[in-house]
Design a protein around this ligand. Structure first.
Ligand code: NDP
Ligand code: MG
Length: 389
């Protein structure tokens, strides 16, 4: 039996992970399930899967969670320290699927166990890539990518040498607004941005797809995970979302990963790795699909892509600034403080102000410096958004 824990169990990735585990309950022993506000979901899954412990990130939800799990035998805990404690409980396979920078500390704690970490939380690599990789190396932990593009690259690289890799191409659907004009995008509402044409994901990543901030994070994630140079990473708009990534080799060959837009592909690959097992996903009928389209992204429409390249060039704590400013700008868009296109303007302004103010590129990368930088970047983003109102 594989001992598994799922951080962010109540979210989109968490629920897809639970779907796979619940299909073969005899194969898994569930250690920890964690969530945020969705106590009902967390309690129902913890009960159904017989989890050892259920943790909510919010202290004030401890009592309702205890009530919901009364008589179940599932231990209950709440708050950030409880998340870390759950992450240090022995498990063979841990899913890191909390959304945002909040996923970094529990992820790092889980890595210290020396097992396998399935990494959906791309923010961990964006904010603290070298720290995450070094911690994994030190503890002999296997890191497996869960982001669909990175899982695709990982699969295309199996049995290959990085020295034979010329380029890595990650695809982007273009999100909800791929056919909208800039004028239309300027007036877009959160509800419109949260409708993804192909993927069913959490609200925040779906809006990040429409702004291409998601792809910007993924460019950085690619650099960190695969250790390639920034100029080896390309983005291709592919409206069908069926080719997830391609790896170009020195002999000119391109290996593409093709599959339905279902995160259970990437989650299942990470769950069963190093084996490849049957998964309950749609089999593509390419004759019916007929056409696959590709085009270069228009960087004028999507400044987030240019910003990602600037962040990679600067290095150090710049990724933590970028991610925190992006998270805060997204909050600002969601609560109506700024418009859709202003998210990139706010992020760029935060990067400009902070790069001249503190030694972002040379500072040591630790959990503390990342957390402090994150806080400063959020405050700066709030100041800039207030100035614009
Ligand atoms: P969701 O918003 O659907 O779920 C997020 C999860 O994190 C929920 O369990 C939520 O709890 C929990 N959570 C939210 N805030 C906190 C916090 N402050 N502390 C602890 N837990 C918290 O997100 P997704 O599943 O879409 O995404 C999860 C991660 O995976 C992200 O990093 C995303 O970029 C990445 N990813 C997602 C993909 C997808 O298809 N969805 C594809 C590729 C990567 P609750 O809901 O109970 O409040
Ligand atoms: Mg992705």
């Amino acid at each position: 039996m594989k001992r598994v824990s799922i951080f962010g169990a109540t979210g989109s990735i968490g629920q897809n992970t639970i779907d796979l585990i619940a299909r073969a309950p005899q194969d898994y022993q569930v250690v920890a399930l964690t969530g945020g506000s969705n106590i009902t979901r967390l309690a129902a899954d913890a009960r159904a899967l017989g989890a050892e412990i259920a943790v909510t990130a919010h202290e004030d939800l401890r009592a309702p969670l205890m009530q919901a799990l009364e008589g179940s035998g599932v231990e209950v805990a709440a708050g950030p320290a409880a998340l870390l404690e759950a992450a240090s409980r022995p498990a063979d396979w841990i899913m890191s699927a909390i959304v945002g920078a909040a996923g970094l500390a529990p992820g790092l704690k889980a890595i210290e166990q020396g097992g396998t970490l399935a990494l959906a939380n791309k923010e961990s690599l964006v904010t603290a890539g070298p720290l995450v990789l070094e911690t994994a190396r030190r503890h002999g932990t296997t890191l497996l990518p869960v982001d669909s593009e990175h899982s695709a690259v990982f699969q295309a690289l199996r049995g290959e040498e990085m020295s034979a890799v010329e380029r890595i191409v990650i695809t982007a659907s273009g999100g909800a607004f791929r056919d909208w004009t800039r004028e239309q995008m300027a007036r877009a509402t959160p509800d419109e941005a949260a409708k993804h044409p192909n993927w069913d994901m959490g609200q925040r990543i779906t809006i990040d797809s429409a702004s291409m901030f998601n792809k910007a994070l993924e460019i950085i994630e690619t650099k960190e995970f695969f250790g390639c140079a920034p100029d080896q990473i390309e983005v291709l708009v592919h409206p069908e979302s069926l080719v997830h990534a391609l790896v170009g080799f020195t002999d000119g060959a391109l290996m593409a990963h093709v599959g339905s837009s279902d995160m259970r592909h990437a989650i299942g690959y990470a769950l069963h790795w190093p084996e490849r097992r049957a998964l309950p996903v749609e089999r593509l009928d390419l004759a019916r699909v007929g056409q696959l389209n590709f085009r270069a992204p228009d960087e004028a429409r999507y400044p987030a892509l240019r910003l990602a390249r600037e962040v990679m060039a600067a290095g150090g704590l710049t990724g933590a600034v970028f991610n925190a400013a992006k998270e805060r700008a997204l909050d600002g868009f969601l609560d109506g403080r700024i418009g859709f296109l202003q998210m990139a303007e706010v992020v760029e302004e935060v990067l400009t102000r902070l790069s001249s103010e503190c030694g972002l590129t040379n500072a040591a990368l630790t959990l503390d410096t990342v957390a402090q930088t994150d806080q400063i970047a959020r405050k700066t983003a709030d100041t800039i958004m207030a100035e614009r109102q």
